[in-house]
Design a binder for this molecule. Structure first.
Ligand code: GLU
Length: 469
C-alpha cells in the first residue's frame, strides 16, 4: 500500500502551532514510509475563508520546510465533483431530499433539549415520497440505523460508535452547497488518502465520514487523532499566554529547525532523545508512538532547542534565516563582514536570531551611543593612556588578523604595566559600544581598521567631555 497523508487546514486564520504539529506528523509519516503528502485547503466556508489566511498557511508551511508532493487543492474548485456524487447517492437511495423548514427543525430541537434528549434530526423525510413541488430542500445522508462504526485509531486504539447515536446529516444545503463532512470524504477518497492524521476535535466527524465512505464504496483510511496543545499555564493555548501563530515564532527569532524539533517532541517520543535532525525524525517517527494526553507548551524548552540549533547548525544555514532579522532591524549587511563570520563568534551568546541581530548591529553600522553603564565604568580618564597607545599600535599594523590584534593589545598592557582588562574593557566599549562582546581579537578582526580608529577617537572624546564637565 502506498502511504498518502494530507494536511487539510481551513483558511480562517494563520497557521497555529497545533496545526503545524498535525501537519508535521502527517508529513513525517508520509516521508517515513516513502509515501506522498498532500496539501488541501478546505475553503468551503466561504464567509470565513480568506486569501490572507491561505497565504499565511502556505507561508508557514514553507517556512517550516513542510513541502507537499501534491496540491494545494482547493475544495471550492471541486464542487462539481461533490455534486456528482451527491446526485449518485440520491439516485441509489442512499441519500434523500429533506423539505423540513429550518423553523420546524429548530422547534423539534428545542423540544428535544427540553426533554433532556440530544438534539437530532428525527428522519422525518427519510422514507417520504410525497415531495412538494417548487419547495427548497436539503439533501441528507441515510445513516445506517443499525450496527456501529469502529474507528481504528493509531493513537487511541479502536473507538466504537453506535449508528443510533448519529442522525442523518445534511450533505447538500438548501442553497446547493455541499457540506464539510461530505467534501472531506470525497477528497480523501479521490486523493487516495491512506492515513488521516488530524486534531482530536474531529473525532465526532469520523464515524459520519466512515459511513459516507462506505456508502460510496470507497476504502476506509486509517486514522490518528492527535491531542491538543495546552499553553505554558496548562490552559488552552491562547494568544494571551503564548505565541501561537507559526510566523510569530519566526518573528521572535526562532529557527524553523528548532520549532519542528520542539513540536515533534510535543506528543511524540523516542526514548529520552530530545534533539532530532529532520532525517532522524523521518527515520524514527511512528504514529503509534504518539501519546494520547494533551501536551503543555514549554517555552523554556523551545528556547533551549533554539540555542542548540543556533550553536550547532552550520553558520551559513543560520545566516539564511538570520538575514531577515537584520533587515527587520534596518541593518544593512552589505556594510560589514560576512554574516556567517559574525554568527561563528556570536552564536553561543544568543537565544534567538532576533537577539543575534540586536547584539551584532555594531558590525554593520555605527552604534548610536555607548551603553551608559559600560561607559561609566570603563571610559574613565585612567583609560585614556591605554586607548591612545592601543589605537596607535592597531593603526600601525600591516596585517589585520586575530593574531596581530591580539599582540597589539598584549603589548599595550605590557608597556603600560597594567592588566589586560585595563586595556581590553575600554577598547571593547570603544569598539562595540557595550561591555559585552566575543573576545576582542575575534571581534576587532571582523571590523575594519578605520572603524576601530574612529571609534577609539570617539571614546577618547567621551572621556575628554567627562573630564571637562
Ligand atoms: N479543515 C479541518 C481543520 O482545519 C481539518 C479537517 C481534517 O483534517 O479532516 O480543522
Amino acid at each position: 500500500m502506498t502511504v498518502v497523508t494530507r494536511f487539510a487546514p481551513s483558511p480562517t486564520g494563520y497557521l497555529h502551532v497545533g496545526g503545524a504539529r498535525t501537519a508535521l506528523y502527517s508529513w513525517l509519516y508520509a516521508k517515513s514510509k516513502g509515501g506522498k503528502f498532500v496539501l488541501r485547503i478546505e475553503d468551503t466556508d466561504i464567509e470565513r475563508s480568506t486569501q490572507a489566511a491561505i497565504d499565511a498557511i502556505l507561508e508557514g508551511m514553507q517556512w517550516l520546510g513542510l513541502d507537499w508532493d501534491d496540491g494545494p487543492f482547493y475544495q471550492t474548485e471541486r464542487f462539481d465533483r461533490y455534486n456528482e456524487l451527491i446526485d449518485q447517492l440520491l439516485a441509489e437511495g442512499k441519500a434523500y431530499k429533506c423539505f423540513m423548514p429550518a423553523e420546524e427543525l429548530d422547534a423539534i430541537r428545542e423540544q428535544q433539549m427540553a426533554n433532556g434528549e440530544k438534539p437530532r434530526y428525527p428522519g422525518t423525510w427519510r422514507d417520504r415520497t410525497d415531495h412538494p413541488v417548487d419547495q427548497p430542500y436539503a439533501i441528507r445522508f441515510k445513516t445506517p440505523q443499525e450496527g456501529s462504526v469502529v474507528i481504528k485509531d493509531h493513537i487511541r486504539g479502536d473507538i466504537e460508535i453506535a449508528n443510533s447515536e448519529l442522525d442523518d446529516l445534511i450533505i447538500r444545503r438548501t442553497d446547493g452547497a455541499p457540506t464539510y463532512n461530505f467534501c472531506v470524504v470525497v477528497d480523501d477518497w479521490d486523493m487516495g488518502i491512506s492515513h488521516v492524521v488530524r486534531g482530536e476535535d474531529h473525532i465526532n466527524n469520523t464515524p459520519r465520514q466512515i459511513n459516507i465512505l462506505q456508502a460510496l464504496g470507497a476504502p476506509i483510511p486509517e486514522y490518528a487523532h492527535v491531542s491538543m496543545i495546552l499553553g505554558d499555564d496548562g490552559k488552552k493555548l491562547s494568544k494571551r499566554t503564548n505565541a501561537v501563530g507559526v510566523m510569530e515564532f519566526r518573528d521572535d527569532g526562532y529557527l524553523p529547525e528548532a520549532l519542528l524539533n520542539y513540536l515533534v517532541r510535543l506528543g511524540w517520543s523516542h526514548g529520552d532523545q530530545e534533539v532530532f535532525t529532520k532525517e532522524e525524525m523521518i527515520e524514527l517517527f511512528s504514529l503509534d508512538a504518539i501519546g494520547q494526553s494533551a501536551s503543555a507548551f514549554n517555552t523554556d524548552k523551545l528556547i533551549w532547542l533554539n540555542q542548540h540549533y543556533i550553536k550547532t547548525m552550520p553558520a551559513t544555514e543560520v545566516a539564511e534565516h538570520a538575514k531577515w532579522h537584520f533587515e527587520q532591524q534596518n541593518i544593512d549587511l552589505s556594510n560589514g563582514p560576512a554574516l556567517e563570520d559574525v554568527i561563528e563568534i556570536q552564536a553561543d551568546r544568543v537565544k534567538t536570531l532576533k537577539e543575534l541581530a540586536e547584539i551584532s548591529a555594531y558590525f554593520y553600522q555605527e552604534y548610536e551611543s555607548f551603553d551608559a553603564k559600560a561607559a561609566k565604568k570603563h571610559l574613565r580618564p585612567v583609560a585614556k593612556e591605554a586607548l591612545v597607545l592601543v589605537q596607535s599600535k592597531l593603526a600601525a599594523l600591516t596585517e589585520w588578523s586575530t593574531e596581530s590584534i591580539h599582540n597589539a593589545i598584549n603589548e599595550t598592557a605590557e608597556e603600560l604595566e597594567v592588566g589586560m582588562g585595563k586595556v581590553g574593557m575600554p577598547l571593547r566599549v570603544a569598539a562595540t559600544g557595550s561591555g559585552n562582546s566575543p573576545s576582542l581579537d575575534l571581534t576587532l578582526n571582523l571590523l575594519k581598521p578605520t572603524q576601530i580608529e574612529q571609534r577609539i577617537t570617539k571614546a577618547l572624546e567621551y572621556i575628554a567631555n567627562r573630564e571637562n564637565s
